[in-house]
Design a protein around this ligand. Structure first.
Ligand SMILES: Nc1ncnc2c1ncn2[C@@H]1O[C@H](COP(=O)(O)OP(=O)(O)OP(=O)(O)O)[C@@H](O)[C@H]1O
Ligand SMILES: [Mg+2]
Length: 141
């Protein structure tokens, strides 16, 4: 496991860009962390590597938002509102995994549906510093 401390949202976005530069179709990235931890900021940084979006919001009324260009499809999930994994299966969530890169906020909720290999990222707030985050990156296999 790799641990990185960021001191601003820009730094968190830069970490996400680095991960995006190594990502490939079929990768699943799970983002865990409390409300306001920076999961959506991380996603914004990731998308910016592909020139896909400057400003994004979490999918609120849908569970998944799709971003695409000639090179890549990126699916941004926020599964916070799903009560359990059966709802993820019901929307055909797993069918997205092979089609592009999936980024799943609150992915722990649907752990059972995740592929065997995925990238787990935990973002933790620092109680003493509002702009500081502890980011843990782990390649699960
Ligand atoms: N080091 C940092 N990294 C990321 N975000 C930071 C950092 N410092 C401060 N922030 C702020 O924290 C907030 C993170 O919000 P964001 O929407 O990304 O959180 P979230 O984890 O997606 O929350 P939710 O669970 O509600 O979807 C932003 O307002 C951002 O500016
Ligand atoms: Mg969010």
């Amino acid at each position: 496991m790799q641990e990185i401390i960021t001191k601003s949202e820009k730094e968190t976005m830069q970490i996400a860009k680095n991960i995006a530069s190594k990502a490939k179709i079929g990768d699943v990235i799970v983002l865990n962390g409390e409300l306001g931890a920076g999961k959506t900021k991380f996603t914004e940084g990731f998308l910016s590597y592909y020139d896909l979006q400057d400003e994004i919001s979490s999918p609120t009324f849908t569970i998944v938002n799709e971003y695409k260009n000639e090179k890549i499809n990126i699916y941004h999930f926020d599964v916070y509102r799903l009560s359990d994994v059966s709802e993820f299966y019901a929307i055909g969530g797993e069918e997205y995994f092979a089609k592009g890169i999936c980024i799943i906020e609150w992915g722990e909720i649907i752990k059972e549906a995740l592929p065997k290999e995925y990238i787990k990222i935990n973002i933790n707030k620092d109680k003493n510093d509002d702009n500081c985050r502890i980011i843990q990156i782990e390649y699960m296999r």
